[in-house]
Design a protein around this ligand. Structure first.
Ligand code: EPZ
Length: 420
């Protein structure tokens, strides 16, 4: 397995270009199953998770062509059973259930496993499919969906930990071809849900309210092909802003969407950094004293759970005591043990991390785990004394396109060591 070596102590300066959103591209690629016609999706990031999704779509019978960031898909004839050996690699594969049910009224997909950030139930997805008229059977680790027809329904998708992002997308993709109107209450408001709704609308779907907790989908008989450009990745953008906070003199992220970054920009300003933006760039620079934070992750537009680990890395060397509370995935603290190996002083009680800032972290061999925890370790290593060796770097490659090259472009010194 590849690993990366981060030589600490370099300061970052300059511009870095943000790629297309992984969490928007995945359901949009799945949504191309809803039509027999060709779809062209632009600004699809080059990530292993995207590769897995394209492999799944091909295995279902879709013709898939990729040329740099542009993907062409034509799902003229498809089967509705996805192979376990691919689905098991990526939990987000669950978002093919909605389009398969919507188009073919049938689906067989293996239950997504849990992952290091915690149990990843899909009870709300299945509740929504049943409300639309599908028979849901879970047997032998597989989910079977079947419906004679789908009828619009009123569905509440709010769970214990708030709305479900992929659940909202899945129900939209099934309801768009149902008979009658579906109302989703407690829908996720994330920009990725809005982007999916835009694509479905371009295909001929009738959707209103995306971006609010109340979405209405008026079913249509069929959908046609469409072209779409994916929104910028707000979590990659936030990650590079934190890199600028941790080790930067002045870092600008370009081709981004500042309005998707409101909570992250607010938190960085609270921590004492200077931030300015234009319509598609955000610039961060230090501003003297830096302050500890009390952060709580909540659904969009609140502070995103996908930025929690990166902020823990920044707060580890922030003078004073910070508290980070994780309400979306309460177990999502795999990065804490690794940060402590680098000298961080963090106490974990339930879903709260109390971080006592230390002067500087020290490089050490650490283990990547989930996607965002791995990115947090890279960030923590930037100002650390000495070299940090990050193993299992495939976790990072799932969600960040060439993060080492992009950071080196800003002045970091990161080496990627290919496995022998
Ligand atoms: C999406 O996952 C993202 N992944 C996650 O990003 C992100 O952390 C998450 O939304 C929350 O913002 C993709 O979009 C591919 P949820 P998703 O359903 O949709 C509970 C990353 O790092 N829940 O919104 O799977 C669930 O356990 C990844 O890029 C149920 O209880 O997350 C969690 O506590 C990690 N029942 C909460 O809801 C359900 O049926 C939010 O989960 C579904 C979810």
């Amino acid at each position: 397995m590849d690993k990366i070596l981060v030589h600490g102590g370099k300061s970052l300066e300059g511009d870095v270009r943000i790629g297309g959103s992984k969490n928007s591209a995945l359901p949009i690629l799945a949504a191309t199953l809803l039509t027999k016609e060709k779809c062209v999706i632009d600004r699809v990031p080059d990530l292993s998770d995207i590769h897995y999704m394209l492999t799944i779509l091909s295995s279902l019978g879709a013709e898939v062509e990729r040329a740099s960031g542009v993907v062409q898909i034509r799902a003229e004839k498809i089967i509705t059973e996805a192979p376990y050996e691919i689905v098991r690699k990526m939990r987000a594969s669950v978002c093919i259930l909605g389009p398969l049910l919507g188009r073919e009224k049938s689906a067989k997909v293996s239950l997504p496993g849990g992952c290091v950030i915690g149990d990843r139930p899909i009870d709300l997805h299945l509740k929504g499919f049943e409300a639309l008229g599908a028979k849901v059977t879970v047997k032998g680790g597989d989910i079977f969906l079947h419906a004679d027809k789908l009828k619009g329904a009123r569905i509440n998708l709010r769970g214990r930990h708030g709305p479900t992002v992929l659940g909202t997308g899945n129900i939209m993709m099934a309801a768009v071809l149902a008979e009658g109107t579906t109302v989703i209450e407690g829908a996720a408001e994330e920009p990725e849900v809005v982007d999916l709704a835009r694509f479905l609308t371009a295909m001929g779907g009738r959707i209103s309210g995306a971006g609010t907790q109340h979405i209405e989908i008026e079913g249509v008989a069929e959908l046609h092909g469409a072209n779409h450009t994916v929104i910028p990745d707000r979590i990659e953008a936030g990650t590079f802003l934190v890199a600028g906070a941790i080790a930067g003199t002045r870092v600008t992220i370009t081709r981004t969407e500042p309005e998707h970054l409101g909570a992250v920009i607010h938190a960085l300003k609270e921590a004492g950094f200077n931030l300015s933006h234009t319509s598609d760039t955000v610039t961060i620079s230090p501003n003297g004293a830096r302050k500890p934070l009390h952060l709580e992750t909540i659904p969009y537009p609140g502070f995103p759970t996908d930025m929690q680990a990166q902020f823990c890395a920044m707060l580890a060397t922030m003078n004073g005591t910070s508290v980070v509370t994780e309400t979306v995935f309460p177990q999502r603290f795999m990065h804490v043990a690794e940060l402590k190996r680098m000298g961080a002083n963090i106490e974990l009680i339930d879903h709260h991390a109390t971080i006592h800032g230390v002067e500087r972290l020290s490089g050490a061999p650490v283990m990547a785990s989930d996607l965002r925890a791995s990115a947090a370790l890279v960030l923590a290593a930037l100002p650390a004394d000495g070299v940090t060796e990050i193993n299992r770097v495939y976790h990072i490659d799932r969600g960040y396109e060439a993060i080492d090259e992009k950071l080196n472009g800003l002045g970091a010194h990161i080496e990627r060591v290919k496995a022998k």
